[in-house]
Design a protein around this ligand. Structure first.
Ligand SMILES: C[S@@+](CC[C@H](N)C(=O)[O-])C[C@H]1O[C@@H](n2cnc3c(N)ncnc32)[C@H](O)[C@@H]1O
Length: 230
């Protein structure tokens, strides 16, 4: 993955939102059509098991997309709320039910638009930016119940780093997601140290680091960070 020469982080942050608005329909088809092999083979089950292992009564899925994880949690009797910036995805999630859904972007969440707390706050491949993510993370302690946890699944730094192991913007790609997508947005790569710095800057402390492996080649498919209020 190439590093991106765009000078302004805010340009990249806006491109992330614009791109998700523009690609809601192909994304819906990719997820519901089970097009993305790594999700089907590894990462869907990995995030679900990590959340359920904590036996939360309540959960908030930030960047919930078309809502599959909220539905999976709700079907396990967890009171789950999904939040996403893209209204087309949120409306599709509401139609598919069960679960509760709200259209909000991370800036609104960081500004206090969410008034409920949850035992588990989940971000499944949905923390894609730099300052937008750091702002959202700073709001997490105020959204967790006592003893609650933030659970983040993201690309594994080993496979996603590209040519340089340094925090920074990278070119995006829809490779492996199927057909119908337009251009991809840049995304902000964090090293493991970068993730720890973002968590600690938000008053959060890592309690568990999981590295789900590919069943065929044994390589890491993703990384799951579990954090609590420091
Ligand atoms: C790769 S998709 C993951 C969706 C879902 N978590 C899943 O597992 O299928 C990333 C999601 O993050 C959402 N997202 C990205 N930036 C966001 C922001 N600033 N505010 C709210 N949602 C955002 C996108 O709209 C998109 O639905």
């Amino acid at each position: 993955m190439a590093t991106v020469g765009l000078p302004h982080s805010s340009t990249c942050e806006q491109a992330i939102l614009d791109t998700w608005h523009a690609n809601a329909v192909p994304w819906l088809h990719a997820v519901r059509g089970q097009t993305i092999a790594s999700r089907v083979l590894v990462t869907d089950r990995a995030i679900l098991e990590t959340v359920c292992a904590r036996h939360p009564r309540t959960a908030i899925d930030l960047g919930c997309g078309e809502g599959w994880l909220v539905r999976a949690l709700a079907s396990r009797h967890i009171d789950a709320l999904g939040v996403d910036a893209v209204d087309a995805l949120v409306q599709a999630a509401k139609r598919a039910g069960p679960g509760r859904f709200l259209t909000l972007d991370y800036a609104a969440v960081a500004a206090g638009a969410l008034t409920e707390r949850a035992d588990a706050i989940v971000c499944n491949f949905s923390l894609l930016g730099d300052t937008s993510v750091n702002g959202l993370l700073r709001a997490i302690p105020g959204l967790l119940t006592a003893g609650g946890a933030l659970i983040v699944q993201t690309l594994h730094p080993l496979t996603a780093m590209g040519s340089t192991y340094r925090d920074g913007w990278r070119e995006g790609s829809w490779s492996g997601c199927g057909d119908g997508f337009g251009s991809a947005a840049p995304w902000y790569f964090r090293t493991i140290g970068g993730w720890l710095a973002s968590l600690s800057g938000a008053g959060l402390q890592l309690t568990q680091l999981l590295e789900p492996l590919h069943p065929h080649d044994g390589g890491p498919v993703s990384m799951i960070l579990v954090a609590r209020v420091a």
